[in-house]
Design a protein around this ligand. Structure first.
Ligand code: ADP
Ligand code: MG
Length: 686
């Protein structure tokens, strides 16, 4: 057996368990080893009662204050007590454990570890693990237990059990990184890193394992980018482009003037598209900087020259919105071109019609989701593909499209403000344009960072805005598909708001698990102000444009990365009305406050990203991930910036030594890269 063996060759895994693992994408032992813990249960040092943060697991040590009470009813007896330390007291309850009254009443110090939540009467620790006497905690202190992402039927214990078998099958001699690299970049061996990411003996082991895995993840990515770039430099531009006076006329008729930055980027795109080589360009610009307009100009340029162009959005909602904006522009300015929508959720009949229109050349601008590049779609003469918020439009997709005609020009639009030094590494295969200027006359968003005590005031404020005809977003953290639901559930929250606000205010809820048709319907209703408050997970984050929405309330803001919060905030401040963003945080720590205050001080995405980077140290172990930016499995572009730079240096070194990775030394690395690039499909990144 080896890493390519199916997991059902492991002991105790039958069809049922196999199918559970299949649901989370695990079929082989190798897949299983790549199924990293979502987080770890860390048995931390005790903290003071006054330092407890709502919603988090805490360990506290103290003495019992007053009497131990047993209440509730026969079916559910509730044991409660007050724990006291030098900083304060905390209410603690256990369910169905009435005997605790006797066992705990001997006096002396007690250590408790459990989740603390806010109830009507204040903070309360529910059903904690007990260490009594308190010294018994010493053994557990500092250990880490893996917590895996789960699905119904798949328990954490099951994954742990299977994983501990799987790591026995790793070949201890296996490694695709050459030995001298391990020493030079202080990396653990292949087998050790796999073992330690799943079962770290302590934090130090975890850090070492993670370091190696993040390094190899970045290195693989960077190497494939650079090799891809080398291949692409060969692609000749077979299209002919001529100046199109209609475009200049269109620009002159717009109710606003393009910003200097927009003009500059537009020139760069025009030059690229008529140069001897194919364009591969990234346009980076903050939310609201007017990227869509630039994308539209590029599409016009292609289509007025007689070619088709395609715009690919990451979600159906966004695709539909782009389609509507573009259709409206074509009509309003009487441009002699036709747009076509193509998304995965369209009916078979609609799709078929769409394919026909695309193949026959009846339509010029095609807008959609990744359905745009699937096999069934044949373009008549596609010359330009634009992706919105998708950074990994790889060589595969290009070739896929090229198989259907000529290689198209590629334009990638991104609102993710990545500091320049990192951008050069991460977008190594692209030329970069930056729109570093917002349209004039934009009212800057007013921000505030508040704690949960301010919630009712925030609701009042929202109500006031709604009375003036405006609309609001409320963002809750993601609903995780796991038994450990740590986050406020969006649907519950929606109910709560419905109760709170008068019935004239319509509250609706949007989340990733909803059917596409429902989402579309909802967004349309919100766009028409038939819904006043939209409660959502971060699915709202990319690109939605409802200028009448002026308030965004973000719950648990402390759980998001700053760059992500900034993107979320970009959903408001898009119209002529003053907009507001309320960051609500349940965390009391000074660091959290300081971090969130940055958003308060600045509306500049690049500045914010830079500050975020500065504030995160390597000590920030389980730091917030920036919404899986670039879709790395473990690595976080911000948090692991240092490793990213090291991996970039390593890649330079490797390619200098052996540009095609054909030598004996790099044979395993080349193999690894091949597998990686084969999996480098856009489907994977969605
Ligand atoms: P982005 O995609 O960069 O977040 P959009 O392209 O959606 O931003 O633009 C946001 C809004 O600003 C749109 O309503 C667009 O019509 C408008 N807009 C674009 N360029 C300008 C400009 N130069 N001046 C004023 N408004 C603009
Ligand atoms: Mg956009």
């Amino acid at each position: 057996m080896n890493e390519l063996s199916k997991i059902n060759t492991l002991k105790g895994i039958g069809d049922k368990t196999s199918s559970l693992f299949l649901k989370v994408g695990v079929t082989t032992i190798g897949d299983l080893l790549d199924y990293y813990p979502r987080t770890y249960d860390v048995y931390e040092d005790s903290i003071l009662i006054s330092e407890i943060e709502e919603g988090k697991v805490a360990t506290v040590t103290g003495a019992i204050f007053g009497r131990i009470q047993v209440g509730g009813n026969k079916n559910m007896q509730i044991t409660s007590l007050l724990l006291k330390d030098i900083s304060g007291t905390l209410k603690v309850v256990w369910y169905r454990m009435p005997f605790l009254r006797t066992t705990l009443s001997k006096g002396g110090l007690l250590t408790l570890r459990g989740k603390v939540t806010r109830k009507k009467a204040g903070l309360i620790m529910e059903h904690p693990e007990i260490f009594y006497p308190s010294q018994t905690y010493v053994e557990k202190r500092g250990t880490l237990q893996p917590v895996y992402p789960l699905t119904t039927g798949l328990t954490n214990n099951l994954v742990k059990k299977v994983m501990s078998q799987a790591i026995e099958f790793i070949d201890p001699k296996k490694d695709f990184l050459p030995e001298d690299f391990l020493g030079k970049y202080n990396l653990e061996q292949y087998a050790d890193s796999r073992r330690n990411i799943h079962f770290p003996e302590n934090k130090e082991c975890f850090v070492q394992a993670r370091h190696r895995l993040v390094f190899e993840e970045f290195l693989t990515f960077i190497l494939s980018l650079r090799m891809q770039k080398k291949r692409e430099e060969k692609y000749k531009n077979n299209f002919t482009f001529q100046q199109q006076p209609l475009i200049e006329a269109f620009i002159n008729k717009l109710p606003f003037e393009l910003t200097c930055a927009q003009k500059k980027v537009w020139e760069e795109i025009k030059t690229d598209m008529s140069s001897p080589h194919m364009m591969s360009r990234l346009v980076q610009g903050d939310v609201g900087s007017g990227k869509t307009m630039v994308a539209f100009l590029a599409m016009l340029y292609a289509s007025l020259n007689g070619y088709q162009s395609a715009l690919m959005a990451p979600t159906e909602v966004l695709a539909r919105q782009h389609f509507e904006t573009i259709t409206a522009l074509l009509n309003e300015y009487q441009l002699p071109l036709k747009a076509q929508l193509l998304t995965g959720s369209m009916t078979a009949k609609e799709k078929k019609e769409s394919y026909c229109n695309i193949q026959s050349g009846k339509v010029d601008l095609v807008i959609g989701t990744h359905a745009l590049i699937q096999e069934k779609v044949l373009y008549k003469n596609l010359a330009l593909v634009i992706t919105d918020e998708q950074h990994r439009f790889g060589v595969k997709q290009r070739e896929q499209l090229a198989g259907k005609g000529s290689m198209p020009h590629i334009l990638v639009m991104s609102a993710t403000p990545i500091p320049r030094t990192l951008g050069i590494i991460l977008y190594g295969d692209l030329d970069i344009s930056i729109i570093d200027e917002l349209p004039k006359n934009r009212l800057p968003i007013k921000n505030c960072v508040v704690d949960t005590g301010y919630r009712n005031t925030a609701y009042k404020f929202m109500e006031g805005q709604i009375k003036q005809g405006r609309q609001c977003y409320v963002i809750c953290p993601m609903v995780e598909e796991s038994e450990h639901l740590e986050v406020e559930n969006v649907t519950d929250y929606t109910e709560l708001l419905r109760d709170h606000f008068p019935p004239t205010i319509k509250v609706a809820c949007l989340h990733g698990k909803m059917k596409q048709a429902e989402k579309d319907e909802l967004m349309e209703a919100f766009g028409k102000n038939e819904i006043q408050i939209l409660v959502s997970t971060t699915v709202i984050e990319v690109g939605i444009d409802v200028p009448n929405a002026t308030v965004m309330l973000i719950e648990n803001a402390e759980r998001f990365g700053l760059a992500q919060l900034h993107q979320l905030r970009g959903r408001v401040g898009r119209g002529k009305h003053q907009s507001y963003c309320i960051f609500m945080s349940a965390a009391k720590s000074k660091e959290t406050k300081e971090r969130l205050e940055i958003l308060n001080k600045s509306n500049d995405g690049f500045f914010i990203a830079g500050e975020d980077l500065r504030l995160r140290g390597p000590g920030d172990l389980f730091g917030i991930r920036q919404s899986g930016l670039m879709n790395f499995k473990l690595g976080d572009v911000f948090q692991d910036a240092q490793i990213l730079k090291e991996a970039s240096n390593a890649a330079d070194e490797i390619l200098e030594e052996d540009g095609n990775l054909t030598s004996e030394k790099y044979i395993h690395l080349a193999e690894h890269l091949k597998t990686y690039m084969a999996g480098y499909l856009i489907e994977k990144t969605l």
